[in-house]
Design a protein around this ligand. Sequence first.
Ligand code: 3PG
Length: 400
Amino acid sequence: IDELLRQGVAGKRVFVRADLNVPQDGTTITDDGRIRAVLPTVKALADAGAKVVVASHLGRPKGAPDPAYTLRFAAARLGELLGAPVAFADDTVGSAAHHAVEGLADGQVAVLENLRFNPGETAKDDAERAEFAARLAALADVYVGDGFGAVHRAHASVHDLPKLLPSYAGYLITTEVGVLERLTDDVKRPYAVVLGGAKVSDKLGVIDNLLKKADRILIGGGMAYTFLAAQGKEVGISLLQEDQKERCAAYLREAAERGVEFLLPVDVLVSPEFPDLKTKAPTNPTTVSADAIPADQEGLDIGPETRRLYADKLADAATVFWNGPMGVFEHPDYAEGTKAVAQALADSPAFSVVGGGDSAAAVRTLGFDEKAFGHISTGGGASLEYLEGKALPGLESLED
Ligand code: 3PG
């Protein structure tokens, strides 16, 4: 983007593919981290006199307009953060979008409605995606890719559009890639990785690669129970991906062969019922050994002994990557595990990278100062796929 700014963008229509996929509760954005993350790019372009057209997806609507997934509120928040009015077009390539872009004076910003309201954005069919990309291209002279959280998606606005316009990487993508490079090349050791979250299948690819790079892997959250089950333990009614058990067992064996410390919870908080995240009504969790989860109970957070163990294992690490909460942190009864990991990273001099929408949101909503961490990534799946060593369509198109 610095190169683009050097060439001059005054009067040019610049399409910024952002990732404004933020959590919202009705009309309220509950974590605006991803909006703030794209501000440097939007501001620099606006200050240089560009007509800035910001586009993003939000959620996973089914290729048609759906008010539950409007970008209207994210656009309003972007305007507040910029301290300038932001126009909002309630379509992506239709008359509202054209009208909004034509109405921009130099240095002004417009946000288009959710790209995924159009089936062409996510279409598997190349021609359908290309056709949508061409309609987006008609709205701009230049493309800036800055939606790091979506670079792993081969979608029209991420993968096809940059091939149709002169294209540049924005500040966010450049920063994120720079940070992830520090986790892949010449990483400072000990290198510890903390993985949590619900879906073990989403994380297995990254474990595969990290077993070759990390010194320690600490597992928590919903995915821990499939590993515990793979060790032959009873996990009660905890989240379990039966079809992944064998692969988890193979990773445990591989970790032992490679001398990678692979830590699973030694105790967990259990309850017979999943807590109500809306009312946050108190539940009555019990702490049990990970060897003795009762048949009618569900594991919902790591226990106190595991919290201490994991904090110890993080205390002397030089590099830490953390993706995924340790428990159902949205409910106060099950937030301590996630807090303990966040606290251990905040207290440590290690270069720590927090990735993934949930862990990044957890750090912020649990009241931690973002500055206590080396980097809070806006990418969940994107940073995982980067660390898996996969080619990312949104980066490949920009490199082309
Ligand atoms: C994310 O939240 O990880 C990105 O915005 C990508 O969203 P997606 O998983 O719906 O493609």
